[in-house]
Design a protein around this ligand. Structure first.
Ligand code: TXA
Ligand code: MG
Length: 345
């Protein structure tokens, strides 16, 4: 790392001009967005984009999102935009919403993994927005983490794995949402959620009257199965220990099941909602937040998953939440973190 810009308590964004210069000249910048931190480079510079894949250890067939600061940038990189796509962008931008559109030839193959589409998002985080406009180019950025690890939601969590690989770190404190953006592709006129996030199926339905959810957001992929989003193929968010996700509509059954399984192990660790922490007496517990405040759980879940490895437990039991609203996105991340080990009672 060559440069550290601390914007945790100052709202003077003039220092971002230098970070924008680093992007323009082909460097890597770690920056906050409202969802998670991004590992950014000039999205129109193939050589710079390839540095991202190297730094993350990311497979070249998993495309990146281009982040834009205004609608002029959109027209430079995407074409053939339909009315329904315009409606979605107008409703959810700037914000935690990514749309897959037809790309223009100016977008390097390294960004799109040679697909004829490109993922685009206009973040609402002011630091991200200013950084993009100072750069004057769309910023290609995946979540800031080594591939396979939970996405970075604060600098402290990712400093050791990424600081030596980037030219600049912008610290904007913990991110607001804590989960990556909702990824949508309009298929045959129907918005199709490829990755759930803060913008829920209900939000999308309210805007355009229809929505569908790709079945792969929960199911395990069969070998050779085709997917609409390459990211669905990869292992994600997983702690080193074996993890099991447990859910029940009935809280007593949930707690009993977790107590029953955890008693079979020597050093279990439980990720529990605040309401149930007391019910796992004598066991090691991480409080993931109130089940009545899914925003809080979303905000902390990646940093909580990162804490797990410090305890080196022989089993991790994770309480699930109801799969509706933001709960859909939380459960999508948890089921991946648990490598699809899921029990519903
Ligand atoms: O909130 C977010 O989206 C964060 C912040 C930094 O903006 N970014 C992020 O990027 O989560 P990443 O690379 O970790 O996840 C992008 C996802 C991947 O699953 C990728 O496969 C999918 O979006 N994706 C990107 N371009 C695509 C395309 N053209 N077609 C289908 N899926 C695409
Ligand atoms: Mg990611």
């Amino acid at each position: 790392m060559k440069k550290y810009i601390d914007l945790r308590s100052i709202a003077d964004y003039s220092s971002l001009e230098e970070a924008g210069q680093i992007i323009r000249s082909g460097g890597l910048v770690l920056f906050p967005t409202e969802t998670v931190y991004g590992l950014g480079a000039n999205g129109l510079d193939e050589v710079a984009v390839k540095k991202i894949f190297k730094a993350k250890g990311r497979s070249a067939d998993n495309p990146l999102i281009l982040h834009i600061s205004d609608f002029n940038m959109l027209n430079e990189i995407a074409c053939g935009i339909t009315e329904i796509e315009h409606k979605l962008m107008n409703a959810f931008w700037p914000g935690p919403f990514t749309i897959i559109l037809n790309r223009k030839p100016i977008v390097p193959n390294a960004v799109t993994a040679s697909l004829d589409t490109v993922g685009i998002r206009m973040p609402s985080n002011e630091i991200a927005n200013k950084l993009i406009s100072y750069s004057g180019v769309p910023i290609a950025a995946p979540s800031a983490n080594i591939s396979g690890k939970p996405s970075g939601t604060n600098i402290n969590d990712i400093f050791d794995e990424l600081s030596e690989k980037v030219d600049c770190i912008i610290d904007g404190g913990p991110t607001d949402v804590g989960l990556e953006s909702t990824v949508v592709r309009v298929v045959d006129g129907i918005p199709t959620i490829l990755r759930p996030g803060k913008i829920t199926p209900e939000d999308i339905k309210d805007v355009v009257g229809k929505v569908q959810i790709d079945k792969h957001i929960f199911s395990k992929l069969e070998a050779g199965e085709k997917v609409l989003s390459p990211g669905m193929k990869y292992k994600h968010y997983a702690p080193n220990s074996k993890c099991i996700l447990v859910y029940s509509d009935n809280n007593e059954l949930l707690v009993n099941k977790i107590n029953e399984i955890s008693s079979l192990y020597k050093t279990p660790l439980i990720l529990s909602t605040s309401e149930n922490v007391q019910k796992y007496e004598g066991k090691l517990v991480i409080d993931i937040g109130s089940k009545y405040n899914l925003n809080e759980i979303a905000k902390n879940i990646f940093t909580d998953l990162r804490k797990v490895d410090k305890f080196n437990p022989d089993i991790v039991l994770v309480e699930g939440v109801k799969q509706e609203g933001l709960g859909l996105a939380i459960m999508n991340r948890l089921i991946r973190a648990c490598s699809h080990n899921y029990i519903e009672v």
